[in-house]
Write a protein that binds this ligand. Structure first.
Ligand code: MN
Ligand code: MN
Length: 468
């Protein structure tokens, strides 16, 4: 009997790689480790992306009056959300190919008036950002990153906790010996976010630096240190964006070093893959290729730097007007409708220890390649962006031709799983869009886990898509 055709496999495909591919995969993973260690906040991801693309000759769009095929440009919003593009042979007005990922990640933010003293210890008051399991973040060493901006416009950068000589910060927890009351609570009720302050000091201010008007001497000591180190006051912290993230550099995981554990894979692993795919495009692609590295996805893509803003359409309009100064609004709308996008975000990988979370037969597996998620949403696909079959069929053509290992699935067990990313905000322009990204273990934990193979195959998929 002839073998039956078209049986879909979702299995470990690592051994199917050619030696050249395996070497490229390893080099890709090493470079990604370097990127992930630097890009610990959305601002740092933005700066690092610009540093990398400027080295390749990308120019700020506002400095270009006209665009021709092969031009490489970028445009940003507020130092957080970035669009980079390589202009294709076909006019932008005929549609572009977009890879859209996000660079914000769940974390612990600092409140506007953070410094406080309790029981003779100094703390920063915090407000968490994004969907976290709070118990995972206590006792973990944390690094502090961000900016403090003064009324005269001076920007003070803070980055402390990741250099070996740096101090770190910590949210403390009760010891197990005294923890019976806590242990009896439900997991999602055991930690009150108002008690998740970070410990920043334990010493009173030196006698010669004392101020009799301030009763809280340990808090005063921290304010003195902030003034001496950064030249900032308590009031300056009101105009600050400070984020606590897990301290430490991403690491290879496992005796076989096949995986990467690190903070912020969601979604820097796809953002990086998109950026690399764009950077590795041929000098003049057929269509204009674009990567979007956006902010605020973890809290609903809100605000000026989230994808529920006009950033994307304005950026497309800015490209079009540089190719045809007479083009009107309708040209932009047609270009958006004719565009296609991979919503580049991570998905949940099947974890053998939590099979009850899996969508039977439809769960991404590690080392089976990047995963295509046709629809997101929850329950009866509520809130979904559901990609059409015709688009998926064309992606199959593209990935097969480029010898990309990919898989398909959905985001967890029906009525247990669900979620969503930026796809729905792009789909409203009428463009084809589908989620495609790297499967993760422990998504949204301080350290998340991906395999090198899946990272590399996702990059290969994005590149094939941009080159089509
Ligand atoms: Mn994400
Ligand atoms: Mn997320």
């Amino acid at each position: 009997m002839e073998k039956i055709k078209g049986i879909l496999k979702r299995e470990n495909a690592f051994r199917e790689m050619t030696p050249a591919d395996a070497a490229a995969c390893e080099a890709y993973a090493k470079d990604y480790l370097g990127y992930l260690g630097i890009a610990k906040t959305e601002r740092r991801a933005y700066d690092e992306a610009i540093r990398r693309i400027e080295a390749l000759g990308f120019k700020e769009l506002s400095t270009m009056d006209a665009l021709k095929p092969g031009d490489k440009v970028y445009r940003g919003y507020h130092g957080k959300t970035l669009m980079a593009a390589v202009i294709g042979q076909k006019p932008v007005a005929e549609g572009i190919h977009v890879i859209g990922g996000h660079t914000d990640a769940p974390r612990i933010d600092i409140k506007p008036i953070p410094v406080c003293e309790k029981g003779g210890l100094a703390y920063f008051d915090t407000h968490y950002y994004g969907g976290i399991k709070k118990f995972q973040w206590v006792t973990h060493p944390l690094a502090l990153y961000g900016v403090v901006v003064k009324p005269d416009g001076t920007k003070v950068e803070i980055a402390v906790g990741d250099k070996p000589e740096d101090p770190v910060f910590q949210i403390t927890d009760v010891l197990p010996h005294f923890g019976a009351e806590q242990a009896g609570k439900k997991l999602n009720e055991a930690f009150d976010p108002e008690d998740m302050d970070i410990l920043v000091g334990s010493l009173p201010v030196a006698k010669e630096e004392d101020d009799e008007d301030v009763k809280e001497k340990v808090k005063l000591n921290i304010l003195r240190i902030l003034e001496a180190t950064y030249g900032i006051t308590e009031e300056d912290l009101v105009s600050a964006e400070l984020e606590l993230v897990p301290a430490g550099m991403p690491r290879e995981l496992g005796f076989d070093r096949s995986m990467i554990a690190g903070y912020g894979h969601d979604d820097r692993v796809c953002a990086y893959a998109g950026l690399r795919a764009l950077m590795d495009l041929p000098a003049v692609p057929n269509r204009t290729g674009m990567v979007l590295l956006c902010d605020k996805e973890e809290i609903g893509s809100v605000g000026a730097t989230g994808m529920d803003s006009t950033f994307f359409e304005n950026s497309v309009a800015e490209l079009i007007v540089r190719q045809d100064p007479t083009a009107g609004d309708i040209v932009v709308r047609r270009a958006l409708e004719a565009s296609r996008m991979l919503s580049a975000d991570v998905c949940a990988a099947s974890d053998p220890h939590f099979p009850s979370a899996d969508s039977p037969n439809n769960m991404a597996k590690l080392n089976a390649g990047g995963c295509m998620i046709k629809y997101t949403g929850a329950r009866g696909k509520g809130g979904a962006s559901d990609a059409r079959a015709e688009f998926i069929a064309d992606l199959r053509r593209i990935f097969t031709a480029a010898n990309v290992t990919w898989q398909a699935g959905e985001l967890g067990r029906c009525e247990k799983g669900g979620g969503g990313t930026i796809a729905l905000y792009m789909a409203r322009y009428g463009m084809d869009v589908i989620d495609f990204g790297v499967p993760l273990l422990n998504m949204h934990a301080p350290w998340e886990t991906a395999t090198k193979f899946d990272c590399y195959m996702t990059y290969r998929a994005y590149k094939a898509f941009l080159e089509d």
